[in-house]
Ligand binder design. Sequence first.
Ligand code: UGA
Length: 434
Amino acid sequence: MKIAVLGTGYVGLSTGVCLSDSGHEVVCMDVDEEKIEQLSKGIPPIYEPGLKELLKRNIGNGRLKFTTSHKEGLHNKEVIIIAVGTPQSNNGSADLSFLEQAAKDIAENLNQNAIITIKSTVPVGTNDVIKNILKENLPHDISVDMAANPEFLRQGSAISDTLKADRIVIGTENKQAASKLEKMYSILHIPILHTSIRSAEMIKYASNAFLAMKISFINEIANLCEATGANVEDVSIGMGLDKRIGEAFLKPGIGYGGSCFPKDVKALYHTASEHDMNFGLLEETMTINNQQRELLVWKALSRFGDLNGKKIAMLGLSFKPETDDLREAPSIVISNELINQGARVSAYDPVAMNNAKKVLNTQVEYAKSPEEAVLDADAVFIVTEWKSFVESNWKQLVKEMKSPIIFDGRNCLKEEEIIKCEQVEYYPIGKPKI
Ligand code: UGA
């Protein structure tokens, strides 16, 4: 099949790369010339396991191309996938301006009938808005079918999530479009759910909001476990064994971040309020998450009384491991708060240092290694659960510190190793301290 993808962010790029690897001819488009130039040479703009290899293979076999020209990219395509960003506007709703521009670009350059498939996360009803823009601007002899085909991939495992998704949701307005898109994905052997366009749009928001709610729920349970002496890890396992609840996304921590959950929970809340509904559950999910981001600072304050002049090593800056993305990362709130409290922050991340330097407080100091970060530190905060931190020699690391105090915001260090460290104080989340 001949496919065009508009937008080469996480979603567009992973989709384009995986569809070309499935045997389709794919052209990915973006307005960012430098990005397209790099991608054409097989250089990925983001850190994502497996992406580089797939890029290389499919550019090499001629099935994957990149261009900034809509005319060239849209020429003779049967399926057009829109995967441009829908960032948050000031009032919390999704900003659809990139999507509207994409629709105008398609209308101006499309040379045959096609299925316009929106993969970007968009509020219910957006397909209709885009269809109207297309109708107004397309030549009279060209017609399009609309489809909503939300994406459920996670950053850090985008390629494997795309190739091995739990489900593909296809919302269409007619059977021809539905069966064509089903055919496009058939080689992946993933269960497909066909719905109306509006239901498909809602499935994406409802799924992200539900997962975010699960995280906020377990974080509150973790806080209650600390107060009552229970162990949240056992509680999560015990809950997750019930198939109706499920074990996933019950890991407590310092709150969810990233480019999706915070934005999508807000946008769904906004949609509800547009329909005169106060979705209080979502409001509470957001409030809990904001509080949870400050948890390590509160714990350190309660341990030290005052953080003025204290050196805190912050290990992990990206919003989660296997990505260099700092969007809505807890590290931003934590470092700002530590600096407000008069602490010195020495930060280290295995891949996100360059991005961190662009967004973190200018007073944050950057270390070249975990060893350098913890040197003479009064405490260390584990902010992201990178494998390299889990596997570090903690017995040795704590010896470099002024006082061997660890606040583990991700419950990722191995307690059996920590116990072996001399005079260590270890504060996990939702579990008794060591
Ligand atoms: C999320 C969804 O998981 C994807 O299904 C969805 O496609 C994507 O948003 C999107 O809308 O594009 P992502 O933001 O990449 O994916 O990352 P997740 O792995 O879901 O993690 C989000 C945040 O939740 C991270 O900060 C992570 O640390 C936190 N989290 C996750 C927890 O605190 N506890 C958990 O048990 C799981």
